[in-house]
Design a protein around this ligand. Structure first.
Ligand SMILES: [Mg+2]
Ligand SMILES: [Zn+2]
Length: 180
């Protein structure tokens, strides 16, 4: 059976990102609902991350630092759940002025992920904490879920879209409605 794809944003979606540019693996802390999500998600899903990492382009940390941080995320998931963790991390290292095609809200990373997993857009969903994540998903034809854990001031009316769904935690019972 062909696997469906879940595309996660990373910072603020899986791991806490209090000051932005999170990169020190010793400070890698996942949200509690990430563990419950991975505990209950079926292994038939491919799971990947699509993340803007302009901290690399800005020289705040190295690409290797980011890879180490990514490995730490999987280490934590595997430590606390029976899930194998995230299958692949797609990242954009560029700064905005480089005007690349991969920095979200552009959809280069999403298209890359779909291609990598040989998925059609309707076989994938995206989950992210920023409108930019969802814009990247929606412009790729991927159903997109805006995860807003602390109900910050997002103008829901302006971004109303039939394919954009709002939730305030990674609640598997809620998300199951959208997992195909
Ligand atoms: Mg984020
Ligand atoms: Zn880029």
């Amino acid at each position: 059976m062909k696997k469906k794809l879940i595309i996660f944003d990373r910072d603020g979606t899986l791991n806490k990102d209090p000051k932005g540019y999170t990169h020190d693996k010793s400070q890698c802390e996942l949200f509690d609902d990430v563990y419950s999500f991975f505990s209950s998600i079926d292994t038939i899903f491919n799971i990947c991350v699509a993340t803007n990492q302009s901290g690399i382009g800005r020289g705040f940390y190295s690409e290797n630092d980011m890879h180490e941080f990514n490995k730490e995320i999987n280490k934590l998931i595997r430590l606390k759940t029976l899930h194998r963790g995230i299958d692949h991390f797609f990242f954009c290292p560029h700064i905005p002025s480089q005007n690349c095609i991969c920095r979200k809200p552009k959809n280069g990373l999403i298209l890359k992920a779909l291609n990598f997993f040989k998925c059609y857009p309707n076989e994938a969903i995206l989950i992210g904490d920023k409108i930019a994540d969802c814009q990247a998903g929606l412009s790729s034809g991927v159903l997109s879920i805006l995860l807003n854990r602390d109900s910050e001031n997002i103008d829901l009316v302006n971004y109303k879209d039939k394919k954009l769904i709002y939730c305030n935690s990674l609640d598997i019972k809620f998300l199951k409605n959208y997992l195909f």
